[in-house]
Design a binder for this molecule. Structure first.
Ligand code: SF4
Length: 195
Protein backbone atom coordinates (compact mmCIF):
# COMPACT_ATOMS: atom_id res chain seq x y z
CA UNK A 1 0.00 0.00 0.00
CA UNK A 2 1.25 3.48 -0.92
CA UNK A 3 0.25 6.59 1.02
CA UNK A 4 0.35 10.11 -0.46
CA UNK A 5 1.42 12.62 2.15
CA UNK A 6 2.27 16.29 2.40
CA UNK A 7 4.24 16.17 5.65
CA UNK A 8 5.04 14.30 8.86
CA UNK A 9 6.22 16.29 11.87
CA UNK A 10 6.12 16.32 15.65
CA UNK A 11 4.55 19.19 17.54
CA UNK A 12 1.86 19.99 20.09
CA UNK A 13 -1.81 19.78 19.18
CA UNK A 14 -2.70 23.44 18.72
CA UNK A 15 -6.49 23.45 19.00
CA UNK A 16 -9.54 21.80 20.49
CA UNK A 17 -9.77 19.65 23.63
CA UNK A 18 -6.37 18.01 23.07
CA UNK A 19 -4.54 21.34 22.83
CA UNK A 20 -1.00 20.96 24.15
CA UNK A 21 -0.74 17.18 23.67
CA UNK A 22 2.57 16.17 22.00
CA UNK A 23 1.69 14.47 18.70
CA UNK A 24 3.11 13.25 15.44
CA UNK A 25 1.07 14.86 12.68
CA UNK A 26 0.60 12.81 9.51
CA UNK A 27 -0.85 15.08 6.85
CA UNK A 28 -2.38 13.27 3.88
CA UNK A 29 -2.49 15.00 0.51
CA UNK A 30 -5.87 14.30 -1.04
CA UNK A 31 -8.99 16.33 -0.26
CA UNK A 32 -12.50 16.50 -1.70
CA UNK A 33 -12.98 20.17 -0.72
CA UNK A 34 -11.28 23.39 -1.84
CA UNK A 35 -11.64 25.81 1.05
CA UNK A 36 -10.49 29.36 0.23
CA UNK A 37 -8.24 29.55 3.33
CA UNK A 38 -6.71 26.07 2.92
CA UNK A 39 -3.02 26.03 3.90
CA UNK A 40 -2.26 22.43 2.89
CA UNK A 41 0.66 22.72 0.46
CA UNK A 42 -0.04 19.88 -2.00
CA UNK A 43 3.10 20.81 -3.97
CA UNK A 44 5.09 19.06 -1.18
CA UNK A 45 3.33 15.76 -1.95
CA UNK A 46 5.35 12.54 -1.60
CA UNK A 47 4.57 8.83 -1.37
CA UNK A 48 5.58 6.26 1.24
CA UNK A 49 4.89 2.61 1.96
CA UNK A 50 3.24 1.51 5.21
CA UNK A 51 6.60 0.32 6.53
CA UNK A 52 8.25 3.65 5.71
CA UNK A 53 5.40 5.55 7.33
CA UNK A 54 5.60 3.52 10.56
CA UNK A 55 9.38 3.81 10.62
CA UNK A 56 9.22 7.60 10.25
CA UNK A 57 6.63 7.92 13.04
CA UNK A 58 8.77 5.77 15.35
CA UNK A 59 11.63 8.32 15.07
CA UNK A 60 9.63 10.77 17.18
CA UNK A 61 9.05 10.71 20.95
CA UNK A 62 5.31 11.45 20.93
CA UNK A 63 3.02 8.47 21.49
CA UNK A 64 0.00 10.21 19.95
CA UNK A 65 -0.59 10.41 16.21
CA UNK A 66 -2.90 12.87 14.47
CA UNK A 67 -4.18 11.75 11.06
CA UNK A 68 -4.96 14.94 9.21
CA UNK A 69 -5.12 16.36 5.73
CA UNK A 70 -6.32 16.79 3.29
CA UNK A 71 -9.11 14.38 4.13
CA UNK A 72 -7.88 11.19 5.86
CA UNK A 73 -11.22 9.43 5.28
CA UNK A 74 -10.39 9.29 1.56
CA UNK A 75 -7.13 7.41 2.11
CA UNK A 76 -7.06 3.79 1.01
CA UNK A 77 -5.17 1.48 3.34
CA UNK A 78 -6.12 3.42 6.45
CA UNK A 79 -7.53 0.39 8.35
CA UNK A 80 -4.12 -1.32 8.03
CA UNK A 81 -2.32 1.83 9.13
CA UNK A 82 -4.63 2.40 12.11
CA UNK A 83 -4.31 -1.26 13.17
CA UNK A 84 -0.51 -1.03 12.98
CA UNK A 85 -0.49 2.13 15.11
CA UNK A 86 -2.78 0.47 17.66
CA UNK A 87 -0.48 -2.55 17.87
CA UNK A 88 2.36 -0.15 18.69
CA UNK A 89 0.35 1.49 21.48
CA UNK A 90 -0.30 4.90 19.95
CA UNK A 91 -3.19 7.20 20.90
CA UNK A 92 -4.77 7.96 17.51
CA UNK A 93 -6.73 11.06 16.62
CA UNK A 94 -8.22 11.89 13.25
CA UNK A 95 -9.15 15.31 11.87
CA UNK A 96 -11.85 15.13 9.21
CA UNK A 97 -14.04 17.56 7.28
CA UNK A 98 -17.04 15.30 8.15
CA UNK A 99 -18.04 14.75 4.51
CA UNK A 100 -17.19 11.04 4.58
CA UNK A 101 -17.98 8.49 7.30
CA UNK A 102 -15.81 5.39 7.36
CA UNK A 103 -15.77 2.24 9.51
CA UNK A 104 -12.22 2.74 10.74
CA UNK A 105 -13.18 5.90 12.65
CA UNK A 106 -14.54 3.58 15.36
CA UNK A 107 -11.02 2.23 15.95
CA UNK A 108 -9.35 5.59 16.58
CA UNK A 109 -9.31 7.19 20.02
CA UNK A 110 -10.48 10.66 19.07
CA UNK A 111 -12.45 12.05 16.12
CA UNK A 112 -12.26 15.81 15.59
CA UNK A 113 -14.33 17.12 12.71
CA UNK A 114 -14.49 20.47 11.00
CA UNK A 115 -17.52 20.67 8.69
CA UNK A 116 -17.27 23.56 6.23
CA UNK A 117 -20.00 26.19 5.93
CA UNK A 118 -19.04 26.54 2.24
CA UNK A 119 -20.28 22.94 1.74
CA UNK A 120 -23.34 22.82 4.03
CA UNK A 121 -24.99 19.81 2.42
CA UNK A 122 -21.97 17.53 2.62
CA UNK A 123 -22.05 16.32 6.20
CA UNK A 124 -21.99 12.53 6.39
CA UNK A 125 -20.58 12.05 9.89
CA UNK A 126 -23.06 11.52 12.73
CA UNK A 127 -20.79 11.16 15.78
CA UNK A 128 -17.49 12.79 16.78
CA UNK A 129 -15.62 13.70 19.94
CA UNK A 130 -15.38 17.32 18.93
CA UNK A 131 -16.76 19.61 16.25
CA UNK A 132 -14.92 22.75 15.16
CA UNK A 133 -16.51 25.23 12.77
CA UNK A 134 -14.47 28.09 11.29
CA UNK A 135 -16.19 31.46 11.67
CA UNK A 136 -15.61 32.46 8.07
CA UNK A 137 -18.57 34.88 8.10
CA UNK A 138 -21.08 36.27 10.62
CA UNK A 139 -23.75 33.98 9.11
CA UNK A 140 -21.97 30.84 10.32
CA UNK A 141 -24.14 30.61 13.47
CA UNK A 142 -27.00 29.14 11.42
CA UNK A 143 -24.65 26.56 9.98
CA UNK A 144 -23.43 25.71 13.50
CA UNK A 145 -27.02 24.98 14.58
CA UNK A 146 -27.46 22.72 11.57
CA UNK A 147 -24.21 20.89 12.35
CA UNK A 148 -25.25 20.35 15.94
CA UNK A 149 -28.54 18.80 14.80
CA UNK A 150 -26.63 16.34 12.58
CA UNK A 151 -23.45 15.49 14.50
CA UNK A 152 -23.56 14.26 18.08
CA UNK A 153 -20.35 15.39 19.81
CA UNK A 154 -18.91 15.96 23.28
CA UNK A 155 -17.69 19.49 22.47
CA UNK A 156 -18.65 22.13 19.92
CA UNK A 157 -16.16 24.86 19.05
CA UNK A 158 -16.06 27.95 16.85
CA UNK A 159 -12.60 28.77 15.46
CA UNK A 160 -11.54 32.20 14.21
CA UNK A 161 -10.80 32.31 10.49
CA UNK A 162 -7.17 32.86 9.50
CA UNK A 163 -6.75 34.62 6.18
CA UNK A 164 -3.08 34.97 5.24
CA UNK A 165 -2.03 35.36 8.86
CA UNK A 166 -4.86 37.73 9.85
CA UNK A 167 -6.84 35.99 12.62
CA UNK A 168 -10.44 37.22 12.68
CA UNK A 169 -11.49 36.98 16.34
CA UNK A 170 -14.25 39.58 15.98
CA UNK A 171 -16.36 37.40 13.68
CA UNK A 172 -15.82 34.34 15.90
CA UNK A 173 -16.98 36.34 18.93
CA UNK A 174 -20.12 37.56 17.16
CA UNK A 175 -20.94 34.00 16.01
CA UNK A 176 -20.48 32.64 19.54
CA UNK A 177 -22.79 35.31 20.93
CA UNK A 178 -25.63 33.74 18.91
CA UNK A 179 -24.99 30.17 20.08
CA UNK A 180 -25.62 28.17 23.21
CA UNK A 181 -23.17 25.47 24.28
CA UNK A 182 -20.38 26.40 21.89
CA UNK A 183 -16.99 27.77 22.91
CA UNK A 184 -13.93 29.29 21.29
CA UNK A 185 -11.09 27.13 19.97
CA UNK A 186 -8.08 29.19 18.96
CA UNK A 187 -5.23 27.84 16.86
CA UNK A 188 -2.60 28.16 19.57
CA UNK A 189 0.21 27.08 17.23
CA UNK A 190 -0.44 30.19 15.12
CA UNK A 191 -0.67 32.53 18.11
CA UNK A 192 2.48 31.18 19.80
CA UNK A 193 4.29 30.71 16.51
CA UNK A 194 4.96 26.98 16.63
CA UNK A 195 4.22 24.62 13.83
S1 SF4 B 1 -11.16 20.43 4.05
FE1 SF4 B 1 -9.21 21.06 5.01
S2 SF4 B 1 -7.62 20.22 3.68
FE2 SF4 B 1 -9.55 20.15 2.51
S3 SF4 B 1 -9.51 22.05 1.32
FE3 SF4 B 1 -10.64 22.47 3.23
S4 SF4 B 1 -9.08 23.28 4.66
FE4 SF4 B 1 -8.00 22.29 2.96
Amino acid sequence: MIYDLVEIFESLQGEGRNMGRPCVFVRFARCNFSCPWCDTDVKKRFSVTLEELLSEISQYKAKSVVLTGGEPALVEGMPEFVAALKERGYFIAVETNASVDVDWFQFVDYVACSPKSEFPDRIALRRANEVRVVASSPDVAGFCRKVRAIIDADDYYVSPCDRDGEIDFATAKSVLAELDGWSLSVQMHKILGFR
